[in-house]
Design a protein. Sequence first.
Length: 368
Amino acid sequence: MLLFKRVKVRDDEVGLLFRDGEFRGLIEAGTHWFVDPFRRVVVEVVSKRVPGFVHARLDQVVRSGELKGRATVVDLKDDQRGLVWVDGRFASVLGPGLYAYWLGCREVRVEVVDARAARFEHDDLRTIVRSPSAGALLDVCNVGRGSEGVLFLDGRYVGLLAPGLYAFWRGAADARVVEVDRREATIDVAGQEIMTADKVTLRLNAVVAYSVTDPRRAVCTTDDAKGALYREAQLALRAVVGARDLDTLLGDKDVIAREVEQMLARRAEELGLAVLSAGLRDVILPGDMKELMNKVTEARKAAEANLVTRREETAAIRSQANTAKLLADNPTLMRLRELEALEKIASASNFSVNLGEKGLAERVMNLL
């Protein structure tokens, strides 16, 4: 039977002495002998280089007072959390419970914070949330550039959050942040088959530009503000296009776009949105209607060309009639025209003119 037990504790270690299962004290560095014929003595050697002292009977060790001056003891209540820095670097986030950190080997600082306010704010927030232990105690969200966050606590609206990083204590409240993009966005209303007033079925593609003006209303009024605006744009297109015939529709696209924009503006305001512009991008006719429209256009252009031709012919005939009247009233002018004709013929080819009638030469000379 062994009567003695030998225990060696190094300089960076400490021994926990238990006798008959009860904590009896701490053992400093050195070699220690214990009389233990019945094996009732247990010494647990732990390293002080590991700052956190974790033990199943930590409460007994703390109550004994042996840790005074040797370790930092932190007892966190349900509404408290702890932030631990080791050697000037953030180490972990602590939930409610009893903790102890050895002094001497490492520089340990524990900051106790109040968790009754659901939102956690700290100068070193970005460093703290990167800690693996933060995920178990904190809900972290990041509101991106050009957006705003709508904050709800336990289902109640609290306020708006500017772009940035935010953290909320788990258990303090049910925190939810809905990120709303405040930048200009567009909705493509594509492939809408609508019947005009004259029973022609068209396929329209429209585009609506909008932005969020009231993030709270955009989130609370409907579960999908963009989807609601899309449905309203569909209805507005059907109402405006259905009240016009095909010719009016094709000729007044800009007017139709303005009417759609005006119809959407009021509903968009109720959704927390603002319609910036609306327009028809494509008007697609059925295949047979395209052929018919092409034929109508072709016939119209042919009729216009025929009309222009007739106008030119009428003008030419009217000019000829005026010339004939002028020549009839002035015989000398008529003779001059005849001589001009003879001159053109003579210059074009070689021919001879025989003035056989007596006195004709004298009359020609008189004309000249």
